[in-house]
Design a protein around this ligand. Sequence first.
Ligand code: JHZ
Length: 397
Amino acid sequence: MIKKFLNLGLHPLANQYQKKCIKLSVSKGQLYKLNIFFNTKSKLVSISKRIPSEKMFNSKYPYRSSMSHTMRVSFKVLSKKIKRKFNPNLLLEIGSNDGALIKNFDKKNVIGIEPCKNLAKITKKKGYLTYDKYWNLDLAKKIKKRFNSVDLIYSANTLTHISDLNNVFKSIKYLLSENGTIIIEDPSLLECLKKNSYDQFYNEHIYLFSTLALKNLLSDYNFEIFDIENLSTHGGSLRYYIKRKNYNKLKISRRVNNQIKKEIKFGLHKFETYKKFSINVLKSKTKLLQILNKVKKEKKNIIGYGATAKAVTVLNYCNIGKDLISNFIDTTPEKINNYMPGKNIKILRYNKNILKNYDYVFLGAWNFKKEIFEKEKKFIKKGLKFITHIPYPRFLN
Ligand code: JHZ
């Protein structure tokens, strides 16, 4: 049975930064209901409204994985590990974005799949074989004809964005070699609930995986998880190492069961846990508005740091506009000089001195807190204050 536990209200598409400050409407198909559901049988958490992929992931997609130092390092470290542990002849990445991972490999050993043509162009230009297509069985068949099989399939922050998971795993099963490995990396549902990071929910995140749910799903395709890594990226992610069930040379690590135990202890298998989460989300909204209003009453200036998809959820759920946060800053060229979707807040180009004009910073990119604090330490010394809503709204310094 599928049960609703959270209603976040009306939302625009998270990554469609607006050129002009216009009021979006439901009737024009610019705002969508964001309701979150729990499947009591499969344990899968998903949003209700499915937006066609072409509307979200097209030639104007603005998110670039390489924009943060933290992510560049994370992909570099992983690529070294992949070479050492698996040494694949051919690695295929589903959702290769701007090449943050594949650029660490020899061109002859990697294939990128990236349907956002503006991003695929970046890796193609550098000489990496990139299919600017959606991952599906047709594409898997095309690649099989050319390469026969692939021995490692990697995907970070992508599978949760694809509605038809059956097609995803059928296609992986079709192309992966018999002793091949799948590595999937996505924000962890457990961390999301623990940190009360409801902003992990937006139209692109059709699913947020728990190990419990992913294990059930994989079983239908005769795959199983043989190892798990907890990562600090994106506010707490899990990296799953997966193999075919009948390939017995790889041992199943204790970490897999430990993670499942942790999830059960927290109650990820029970609907009541999600209901409790929804109460905390409402409390978080009230408290954040209190803090922002208090600061504004003191006639202080607040800027948002990192025009993230997550911040779009916070602004639209809490109804935060320009009166509370005057601007956002970001380094992504595609976001600069646009407005935060659904809100009249302009995104300014980041420069080293911009923060001197502000008293408070709302951390839109709270997942990069460490990197940002290090970068802005001179302003923090001079008294610049940071506000976050994770795990609960408060001043950070
Ligand atoms: P970041 C995106 O979510 C969308 P977002 C997507 N759907 C997904 O799943 C996750 O990523 C993985 C900027 N920034 O990574 C860069 C600075 O300006 O938290 C980015 O615009 N200066 C694919 O958008 C944003 O912040 C900095 O110093 O929630 C970070 O976005 C740093 C560190 C970042 O993902």
